[in-house]
Design a protein around this ligand. Structure first.
Ligand code: SAM
Length: 265
């Protein structure tokens, strides 16, 4: 199921579905109208592959990717461009901008961080006139990938070890919640949601998807046989929830919430 770094993040497992994961980033950035920003920050940049697309779009900007995971940043280092695209290890909850940030992006990272209203209000305040704030958050805590794992974590067999590692359905706001926070920060705001139908192939594709993300913090609590037992039970439940179709593919619906704010002149 992939090794993972000491912090539990595994760039190899995450990148297995690179196409499916990069599409929402492109959809998000498609609504950002910045022409020639000087400073761009990507909060929760992961392995840096999507951060590198920011550098390609705005080659004159100083682009910084921030992430707390040493293993993700080790993978990101290969994208670095001295003086133009750099990566810094920090917790986004503690991050404070050194100056104005013309484009502030966070893609598929905020769901790991609590208290979005306070955090986003602070980030919105860092956006100057003509600046942009763009976030994308998976909104699938009610989907079987998450609900089945939460039920397993809270089941009598595992609750003592895993109850507080269960995916939290309150981690992500409603689309209207993000609209309120960004407009409250004085930004002209565009919010939408999309459910992507990912067509996956191979054995246990939903499990392999989850292994790069929601299953990661759960397995990090367990060693050897326990991790194998939880993985086997979760895999069986996922096979029922996401059955293989006659053509051999498996469809994984995945809902994501997008919010783009712009501070108009
Ligand atoms: C699912 S990956 C997304 C990476 C990248 N943004 C992308 O779209 O491919 C989530 C990233 O958020 C980072 N992350 C989670 N909580 C964080 C925190 N509190 N501070 C900084 N990074 C965090 C993880 O280390 C991980 O690299």
């Amino acid at each position: 199921m992939g090794g993972g770094g000491r912090d539990g993040w595994d760039p190899v497992a995450y990148l297995r579905f690179a196409d499916e994961r990069s599409r929402p980033f492109a959809d998000l950035l498609g609504r950002v109208g910045a022409v020639d920003p000087a400073v761009v920050v990507d909060l929760g940049c992961g392995d840096g592959s999507v951060t590198a697309t920011l550098h390609r779009r705005w080659p004159r900007a100083q682009v910084t990717g921030i992430d707390s995971s040493a293993s993700m940043l080790a993978a990101a280092a290969e994208h670095a461009v001295p003086g133009r695209l750099t990566f810094v290890r920090a917790d986004v909850r503690e991050w404070r901008p050194a100056g104005q940030v013309d484009v502030l992006v966070s893609n598929a990272a905020l769901h790991w961080v609590p208290e979005h209203p306070g955090l986003l209000a602070r980030w919105a305040a860092a956006v100057p006139v003509n600046g942009w704030l763009a976030i994308q958050v998976p909104g699938n805590h009610c989907a079987p990938t998450h609900a089945l794992l939460a039920a397993l974590c809270r089941s009598p067999r595992w609750a003592s070890l895993l109850a507080d590692a269960a995916p939290d359905p309150d981690a992500v706001l409603t689309p209207a919640g993000y609209l309120d926070v960004l407009t409250g920060g004085g930004l002209a705001t565009d919010v939408w949601e999309t459910t992507y139908l990912h067509v996956l192939t191979g054995e246990d594709p939903a499990l392999r998807w989850a292994a790069g993300t929601v299953l990661r913090p759960v397995l990090a609590r367990l060693s050897g046989p326990d991790a194998a037992a939880v993985t086997a039970a979760y895999a069986a439940a996922l096979r029922e929830a996401y059955p293989r179709r006659a053509d051999g593919t498996t469809v994984l619906p995945f809902r994501r919430v997008f919010a783009v704010g712009h501070r108009a002149a």
